[in-house]
Write a protein that binds this ligand. Structure first.
Ligand code: NAD
Length: 715
């Protein structure tokens, strides 16, 4: 052994060829934490001092190559001043450069995932051979950052400006064949031939058949294109990237700017530009929010992993109701490998459920995501039925019949009588108390809520709702089933609206008050969309369905009358009373028409203004800051109350639920991180400013206490 560290080792194989292996001890994957970078530096020094080594292959001792930087180290590091962050990048780059400058042929043998710093390490080698199983990419922009270990420098010099911009600004993860096509990989080989192929390539270099020095030299020099052509290439790319990323995501544009600035420079100068640019984006609120989001996502997965540990296998599921939700649940369950019985009371409903599943599968086939045989397999895993035969072999049953307490209770009680003890029953109700539904059951411990969002195949969140008598095993089974379906479960306690709707409806309450006071719904929609929401509140109400929204608002008002019972007629109610239910019947706040291509188009309908006129103040202009405050405070304070009332277990879970469930702008990190970004004390003062509007604007006690103690939700 030439070198043995905790993360990296170097040993001599045959014929003067050495193997530098990444194998971070005590971890299941390799990642570039500070320890690994330092270890790599020592390994390179050991190679420099060893004249027996004539060539090098770089390998991994894990199932992945290197998954990227250790993001848990970012939070503290990004609190440092900009110049210190840039200094950290340059220090790490010294190690990468020392590796690159070793005057021997070096081939990275990429066996699996190599992302971010993992791929940047490979770029510092002279050649990259990928297993056909490898996946590579530079996903830093997804964290509000851009590559800081030389990615913006080496990538354009290796694969050209256009390709480098695409890889870096979009942050995608690419298969080995795609990497070969653009030149990120020099060869792709069968997984079991990887090491032999890497050694063979080193040998060819040593025999003088391939000029590895020339290959390396390209990465050390300025970009090859003449300055004018470079400028043109960057300008075209910049316009495209700006259009795609939008103002709320500055990192992709900053990455292109760094590449452009450094185009005429040699490697070491270019790395300085990269380090400075990296430090700048690392200090943006977007990076703080997106890094926080990544960590919150990991935390939620850990909590769920612990909850679902040791649950029995879920081999067969059932769903009651083949409607919009039941059909969606059946499709998703079958797609992800759990066969499902779909029971309804009407043949027509079953046919509709099956044809919807078939349509979704055909789309996947046309996109090349599935073949005809795969489609047949998924379809045959959904068994439509009108009776309860075979229900005694089912592990989990999700009820998704009409939203009516009496009907649901009778369907659930009937089903309970057909299944074995321990079979988990769940309801997909949006508004009915789980504890109340459980009153109709003999075994309430086997029952919980499992709240999917529409459309089921698209929406990542599932709320698992614990009723008063729900057992831990039942919760665990539903968490495991949601995970098996490829969803992100969040466990919450029962209350009106559960977590997501309880937090969403005060936001609609804020919208109602703004309208009452004379705001224009189109102006509010525009401001909130610019704030980062996929759509504004009026449009969202149209998409959810105004009838559904009005019903849910009534449930919330009964549940929390002190805050959510309003003393004015809400504009949504006005729409509802005029049979304007939104997209589902073609008219709500907006009108929905088909364009020439047959696509639904949202258009302004002047009737809306006429209908609401008697119920609202004269039209008045509100500035964006006030609209944002009046919309966001109710949502944020209600999220705090859910934490205060133990409806949700942690700040991370609360924020993730809003992002997965209703598309809270990811770059703002979730309602609680949004409060942090304003500052808890400043947010309490903002609440005080608007408290005269009603209870949904009052700062919860928890927030006041945190402000007094100088605390925040996240470190
Ligand atoms: P839907 O009207 O589209 O479907 C209901 C289905 O249940 C129908 O096919 C009906 O024939 C069937 N049904 C009625 N009684 C039955 C019985 N006794 N046994 C078996 N099937 C029976 O309704 P949906 O939109 O799919 O909603 C279903 C549930 O999901 C409701 O509780 C709703 O609140 C909830 N939910 C809906 C949404 C949404 O956006 N649609 C979102 C989340 C939750």
């Amino acid at each position: 052994m030439i070198y043995q560290g905790n993360a990296v080792s170097v040993q001599l194989l045959d014929d003067g060829i050495a193997e530098l292996k990444f194998d971070l001890q005590g971890e299941s994957v390799n990642k570039f934490n500070q320890e690994t970078v330092e270890d790599l530096g020592k390994a390179v020094e050991a190679i420099q001092g060893n004249s027996d080594i004539k060539g090098l292959i770089v390998t991994s001792g894990k199932g992945v190559f290197i998954v990227g930087a250790d993001i848990t180290e970012f939070t503290d590091m990004f609190k440092l001043p900009e110049d210190e962050i840039a200094g950290w990048c340059l220090k790490s780059n010294k190690v990468f450069n020392a590796f690159e400058d070793l005057d021997i042929p070096k081939v990275a043998a990429v066996n699996g995932i190599a992302l971010g710093g993992g791929l940047e390490m490979c770029l510092a080698a002279d050649f990259r051979i990928l297993s056909e199983k490898a996946q590579v990419g530079l996903p830093e922009v997804k964290l509000g950052l851009f590559p800081g270990f030389g990615g913006t420098v080496r990538m354009p010099r290796l694969i050209g400006v256009d390709n480098a911009v695409e890889w870096i600004a979009a942050g995608g993860q690419h298969r080995a064949d795609k990497a070969l096509k653009v030149g990120v990989a020099d060869a792709v080989v069968a997984h079991d031939k990887l090491q032999d192929a890497a050694i063979a390539l080193v040998k060819q270099c040593l025999e003088g058949k391939i000029d590895f020095r020339a290959k390396r030299q390209e990465k050390l020099e300025p970009l090859k294109l003449p300055p004018m052509e470079n400028m043109m290439a960057f300008q075209t790319c910049m316009a495209m990237v700006m259009g795609q990323a939008g103002k709320n995501y500055p990192a992709p544009v900053a990455a292109v700017k760094a590449m452009q600035t450094a185009a005429g420079m040699n490697r070491d100068q270019a790395l300085e530009v990269e380090a400075k640019g990296f430090a700048k984006v690392a200090k943006t609120p977007q990076a703080t929010a997106l890094v926080g989001l990544f960590l919150a996502d990991q935390a939620v997965k850990k909590v769920n992993g612990k909850t679902a540990k040791g649950t029995k296998a879920i081999d067969q599921a059932a769903v009651l109701g083949a409607g919009i939700m039941g059909g969606g649940i059946a499709f998703q369950s079958a797609l992800k490998g759990t066969p499902i019985i779909m029971k309804d009371i009407a043949d027509k409903a079953l046919d509709l459920g099956m044809s919807e599943a078939s349509k979704l599968l055909s789309k996947r086939v046309s996109k090349g995501k599935l073949d005809a045989a795969g489609m047949g397999k998924v379809l045959s895993a959904i068994r439509p039925t009108l009776n309860y035969g075979d229900f005694d072999n089912v592990n989990v049953i999700v009820e998704a019949v009409v939203e009516n307490q009496k009907i649901k209770q009778s369907v659930l009680a009937e089903t309970e009588g057909k299944v074995k003890e321990g079979t988990v029953l769940a309801s997909n109700t949006s508004t009915i108390s789980i504890t109340k539904l459980a009153e109709a059951l003999e075994r309430p411990q086997d029952f919980a809520g499992m709240h999917f969002f529409n459309p089921v195949h698209m929406m990542p969140l599932v709320e698992v709702i614990r009723g008063e008598k729900t057992s831990d095993e039942t919760v665990a089974t539903l968490v495991a089933y949601a995970q098996k379906m490829g969803k992100n479960p969040i466990v919450v306690n029962d209350c009106p609206g559960f977590l997501v709707n309880r937090v969403l409806f005060p936001y609609f309450g804020g919208f109602g008050m703004l309208m009452r006071d004379g705001a224009d719904f189109q102006a509010v929609d525009k401001v909130m969309q610019k704030f980062g929401w996929p759509m504004g509140p009026a449009y969202l109400m149209d998409v959810v369905g105004i009838d559904t929204g009005v019903h849910a608002a009534q449930v919330m008002a009964e549940g929390f009358p002190e805050r959510m019972q309003y003393d004015f007629k809400d504009v949504s109610t006005v729409m509802f009373e005029n049979n304007r239910y939104g997209q589902k019947n073609g008219v709500g706040f907006y009108k929905y028409e088909l364009d020439k291509k047959g696509k639904t188009q949202k258009v302004v309908d002047e009737t809306t203004y006429e209908l609401i006129k008697p119920h609202v103040a004269d039209t008045k202009e509100f500035d964006a800051e006030e609209i944002i405050a009046r919309m966001m405070i109710p949502m944020c304070t209600e999220t705090v109350r859910c934490l205060e009332d133990n409806i949700v277990g942690s700040a991370a879970e609360a924020d993730m639920a809003m992002i997965y469930g209703i598309g809270f702008p990811p770059f703002r990190g979730g309602p609680l991180r949004y409060i942090d970004s304003i500052g808890v004390q400043a947010f309490v003062e903002l609440c005080d400013k608007y408290a005269h509007l009603g209870g949904i604007y009052e700062a919860p006690q928890m927030l006041k206490d945190m402000a007094a103690k100088g605390e925040s939700f996240f470190a």
